[in-house]
Structures are given as structure tokens and as C-alpha cells.
Design a protein around this ligand. Structure first.
Ligand code: GSH
Length: 107
């Protein structure tokens, strides 16, 4: 089972971090079983949350890379139903305009 490492509930929210929330929504959309554990952010692989660990012990840090992991390792198509043009627009908005970690951004 995948473990999602989080800050834990705060301020009346399931988690105060939008990135943790994004990763959890991705896991819910993927309909994969997962568990959540609170993590000490100072010990996180990149010094930030979220990160996940899978059954094999593989660790993926960063919500965008978690999305890539779910798409490429678990065969999840989050853009299912979109036309090729819509997929391009979504990718452009998500990964180029907002600046993905792979391009040095922090979205
Ligand atoms: N690009 C990362 C950003 C993660 C991020 O900035 N997390 C913040 C909380 S919202 C964090 O852990 N900050 C801890 C710190 O900077 O010390 C992602 O998408 O997961």
C-alpha cells in the first residue's frame, strides 16, 4: 500500500498544505488504497511535504512527481476523456505556466 506523508490536520483542514491535499486528491482519483502518516518535514527527502513511499520502498517527493509516478507506474490517466488538444492545454497550464519542479518551479 502507498503511504502518503503529511503534516496532519490543522486549522480545521485535513492538512494545511495545498500540495499534500493535491497529492491526496490524486490518490483518491486514482482509487488506490493508501494510508496517511504524519511526517517530520525536517526529515522529508526534499525538506518539504508531501512525499509517498510505495510497497517496494520507493520514495517519491513532490506532488507533481507523485502525479507522474501514478501515471507512469500505476497506469492512471488523470486526463481520461480529454481530447488531445485539451490534454495539451492542461499540460501547458499545469506544467509550463505554473512551473513544474522539473523546470525549477515550485507548483
Ligand atoms: N513542489 C512541492 C512543494 C511542496 C511544499 O512547498 N510543501 C511545503 C508545505 S505547503 C513544505 O513542506 N514546506 C516546508 C518548508 O519549506 O520548510 C510539491 O508540489 O509537493
Amino acid at each position: 500500500m502507498i503511504t502518503l506523508y503529511t503534516f496532519g490536520p490543522a486549522f480545521g483542514l485535513p492538512d494545511p498544505s495545498p500540495f499534500v491535499t493535491k497529492a491526496e486528491v490524486l490518490l483518491k482519483l486514482a482509487r488506490l488504497p493508501y494510508e496517511k502518516k504524519r511526517a517530520d518535514v525536517r526529515k522529508a527527502p526534499k525538506g518539504k511535504l508531501p512525499f509517498i513511499k510505495d510497497e517496494s520502498g520507493a520514495v517519491v517527493a513532490d506532488s507533481t512527481l507523485i502525479r507522474f509516478y501514478l501515471e507512469h507506474n500505476r497506469g492512471i490517466d488523470f486526463d481520461n476523456g480529454l481530447t488531445p488538444a485539451e490534454r495539451g492545454t492542461a499540460l501547458d497550464d499545469r506544467e509550463v505556466r505554473r512551473g513544474p519542479p522539473l523546470l525549477g518551479g515550485d507548483a
